[in-house]
Ligand binder design. Sequence first.
Ligand code: PBG
Length: 328
Amino acid sequence: MSFLGGKRLRRVRQAEWSRAMVRETELLPRDLIWPLFVIEGQNEKTAVRTMPGVERLSIDLLVEAARAARDAGIPALALFPNTPDHLRSIDAEEAYNPNNLMCRALDAIKSAVPEIGLIADVALDEYSANGQDGLVRDGEILNDETVTAMIKSALVQARAGADIIAPSDMMDGRVAAIRAALDAEGFERVQIMSYAAKYASCFYGPFREAVGSGSRLTGDKRTYQMDFANSDEALREIEQDLIEGADSIMIKPGLPYLDIIRRAKDAFNVPIYAYQVSGEYAMIEMAGAAGAINRDAAVLESLWAFKRAGANGILTYFALEMARKLGR
Ligand code: PBG
């Protein structure tokens, strides 16, 4: 008789076959959504200094990437434009130019690789002169004026072939407004994936370099993105977006916010996506390159953690590499 009374939790961990039998969650290619950065040009790719291994791609190369993603079993891509400087303005009108970089990218992929889902980010920071997600007057971020511009942006994206509109701005009321506008134009089949609980985070730094908004950003985004001290408030944000008609919700950043994913999963029976953001990507790549951690092991463990926390899928810059590995 052992002092444990026979209870040994290690018993099931003694062999790989047994660990496989008791494994509670899976990580599959279809769990991975690949965020991609688009630039103007032909056969053009540019490195993102703070995201080793990530490149912005011109539309022709983006189409190639979409084919590779489809072949690896990735269900959807999330596109982000790096708008040329001369097209950025205080009013961010380029956001609703039907011929903007984003719309041309959506259209090109939709015709060449119709099997893959296309998620279009809607926010003004990729088009505005000051890198803010909302229109600014006298230092204040205007809510309703911003929503009006976002409606126009969502509509040009839907016309260009977006399957999922993903507002990433955290303005109030934008899900209902975009839903109504889409329906009125006959786009009732276009989904809305709302960045429902998006925190004002330092982990977006490399992304802002990638889309070219970081160097122009004045101030912070704390009057619209959430305070990292809060989690009850995240549930209110999610509930509100669901009431307004969101088909799925996103929580962002990723790993530091697994508690929010779990609370959301327990509270709502809806598809929940996590965004492993640019700073998280950079930390893993750079710590790996410095020999501080095993990079490949860190990628796998970090992605699996999202599934364990309750996410239905993960937006991650590791998507293509990992979908290929997991598919084998
Ligand atoms: C823009 C947007 C951001 C990200 C996605 N959409 C940056 C921000 O809000 O400043 C961040 C993604 C990442 O860091 O990988 N609204």
